[in-house]
Write a protein that binds this ligand. Structure first.
Ligand SMILES: NC(=O)c1ccc[n+]([C@@H]2O[C@H](COP(=O)([O-])OP(=O)(O)OC[C@H]3O[C@@H](n4cnc5c(N)ncnc54)[C@H](OP(=O)(O)O)[C@@H]3O)[C@@H](O)[C@H]2O)c1
Length: 335
């Protein structure tokens, strides 16, 4: 497999067409809840994290996605350790700020000036670098005026600690990004040039407004959860929903969102196309995004090197225009 490079939105930066996600690095679950104040199950431990980073780099990948909150700081720290034996210049590191730094401290969260300035130093220290290639606001902050955070972010770029700015979305409100970039344009600040929305064949809420906004304003769209938390790999079965011993069924958020009759009906088409072109369902679901004119790079999540290798193989999968349209239309109808 050979990963190509694409332009990161309208910036001059080249990134791999598939980014590496690190959300599960050091993520600790206690009774199914993410917590760090008690012993629990670590989703991706430190050794596995280095294996995944090595495998991604060996495949020619350069675009690593993390966040200050992943694994309560462990993801950034482990990437920093890993970079010690590498050439920092070979990688484009994207991280995110927003989430609470200290529970109970109302100012150690969001996009207020104090938090952004303190937290960027924490990210740089953990990553062992003096610059972040791409800094995302992990979420919009309704409690901080956009003028305040756009000015502060501009200062981070001017100081050389950050090269490009992005904004990630939970609930995708296109108008907020347009508003922030209008402030940036008016004041001569650095604008957001990259967005990070959730997008996959099932989760298509950004089709209507958000992606057209990205297209019109030349914003990159780097997408999260491209495999719908694994649903699009085809490894779940219709009866998992009612199987009390199934981990998937126990996860209400996952089961309610993805394990529906409509989604399983649409999945049949994905499985059929995968079979026809001798690819895996995960590869076809990712290839659909690679063929999508408005998507810059999906962020690949993987729990094992085998999964990662399979997913990166999507770069070699070719879909016909008819297959692309069939997938788009089938899943759009399944929501
Ligand atoms: N900006 C944001 O708010 C935000 C939110 C979420 C994620 N992200 C970013 O996006 C990245 C990807 O998100 P995601 O982890 O939700 O992506 P995803 O691709 O939807 O799900 C990844 C999970 O699916 C399963 N999987 C992946 N490939 C597989 C394969 N080939 N065969 C079988 N199972 C497979 C694995 O879980 P199991 O092995 O457990 O089944 C894996 O951990 C994250 O790491 C993070 O960097 C950003």
């Amino acid at each position: 497999m050979a990963l190509d490079h694409v332009s990161l939105g309208s910036t001059g930066l080249s990134v791999s067409e598939l980014a590496l996600g690190t959300w599960r690095f050091g993520r600790r679950l206690v009774d199914g809840e993410e917590r760090y104040d008690a012993e629990g199950v670590v989703e991706t431990d430190e050794d596995r994290a280095y294996e995944l980073l090595d495998a991604y780099a060996d495949a020619g990948g350069n675009f690593i996605d993390t966040a200050d909150k992943y694994g309560d700081g462990r993801a950034e720290r482990w990437i920093g350790n890993w970079l010690e034996d590498r050439d920092r210049l070979d990688y484009v590191i994207a991280t995110k700020i927003h989430r609470p730094r200290r529970e109970g401290d109302p100012n150690a969260r969001g996009l207020n000036r104090r938090h952004l300035r303190r937290q960027i130093d924490t990210c740089l220290e953990r990553l062992g670098t003096d610059y972040i290639d791409l800094l995302y606001c992990h979420r919009w902050d309704d409690d901080t005026p956009a003028e305040e955070f756009m000015r502060t972010l501009n200062g981070l770029v001017e100081s050389g600690r950050v090269n490009y700015l992005g904004i990630s979305s939970g609930r995708p409100d296109a108008w907020k990004i347009v508003k922030a970039n209008e402030i940036a344009r008016r004041e001569g600040y650095e604008p957001f040039t990259v967005t990070q929305p959730r997008y996959n064949l099932v989760d298509r809420e950004i089709d209507a407004n958000y992606l057209p906004m990205c297209r019109d304003y030349g914003l990159g769209a780097v997408t999260w959860s491209p495999l719908a938390w694994g649903f699009l790999t085809g490894k779940y079965r219709r009866d998992d929903r009612n199987d009390e011993s199934s981990t998937a069924a126990q996860d209400g958020r996952f089961a309610d969102r993805y394990l529906t009759e409509e989604n399983f009906d649409a999945l049949e088409v994905l499985l059929e196309i995968a079979d026809d072109i001798d690819a895996t369902p995960a590869q076809v679901a990712l290839a659909w995004q690679l063929h999508h004119p408005d998507i810059t790079a999906p962020i690949v999540g993987a729990s094992t090197v085998e999964q990662l290798t399979e997913n990166l193989g999507a770069a070699d999968v070719s879909l016909s225009a008819e297959q692309f349209e069939r997938l788009s239309a089938t899943f759009a109808g399944s929501e």
